[in-house]
Design a protein around this ligand. Structure first.
Ligand SMILES: [Zn+2]
Length: 242
């Protein structure tokens, strides 16, 4: 099961980094039905393998100050998270692209381009909080389950576009859940919970102003917009709960 899960995660990592959805197409997939929830130890082991892959694929940043800063923020957020037992670490990747992602268990990666673009510690905390939330909500285990469903025998006849739509809607749901829980962690750790929607808004402006949207699908715009709107509605209720 490890090998299959690892290949799914590597494909997803590629997707998240390049937005190349077509990378999912792999006729050789063999899925069985042995789904179990991963233990902390299993997730950490799996994360180690993904981390090794990431380190082969990208040059890691070596700015000690920057690495210290992102790890201090990570520890503050991990302390208030629902999986305090995971030893979260945050690495910086040498890339001009603006991106963040995580590997199972404990690894979080931010690009130098993203860190240059962020306007405040609150924004960085919002992004790291989102990644820690993915781990807290056990999205890797759940995604694996979703893949089993989607690629199960009864769905073998489903055409590729429909499969992509199903995956896309599942990923969007995970993104929104990670947003909500991530800003909750940011808030609990003493950061401004508006950091994440502020970042998403500025990133969206950048994409629109540079006409980068020509390269993305139209619904990417809709997705980011709906994430921002969802957070702007949620955050005042969070502050009121106190
Ligand atoms: Zn995410």
């Amino acid at each position: 099961m490890y090998k299959k899960l690892l290949s799914i995660i590597l494909i997803l990592t590629t997707i998240l980094f390049t937005q190349a959805w077509y990378a999912i197409a792999d006729d050789d997939w063999q899925i069985d039905s042995g789904y179990t929830e991963l233990s902390d130890a299993e997730e950490i082991e799996l994360g180690k393998q993904v981390d090794e892959y990431i380190r082969h694929q990208f040059y890691m940043g070596n700015d000690a100050e920057l690495i210290k800063m992102v790890n201090e923020i990570t520890q503050k957020l991990a302390t208030v998270s629902d999986r305090k037992t995971l030893p979260f670490t945050c690495d910086v990747i040498q890339s001009h692209s603006i991106n963040a992602f995580s590997a199972p268990g404990r690894h979080i990666y931010l690009t130098e381009g993203l860190l240059k673009f962020t306007g405040s510690e609150d924004e960085v905390a919002g992004i790291i909080g989102h990644e820690i939330a993915h781990a807290s909500l056990r999205h890797v285990s759940k995604l694996y389950y979703e893949f089993l469903e989607i690629f199960s025998q009864k769905n073998r006849g489903t055409d590729f576009d429909t499969t992509l739509l199903l995956l896309n809607s599942q990923l969007e749901e995970f993104e929104q859940d990670a947003d909500t829980v991530g800003v909750l962690y940011a808030h609990k750790a003493g950061f401004d919970p508006n950091g994440l929607p502020d970042f998403l808004e500025r990133h969206l402006d950048l994409l629109i102003n540079n006409r980068i949207f020509g390269l993305l699908r139209f619904d990417s715009f809709v997705t980011i917009n709906s994430r921002i709107n969802h957070l702007r509605e949620y955050i005042p209720t969070l502050v009121k709960q106190e």
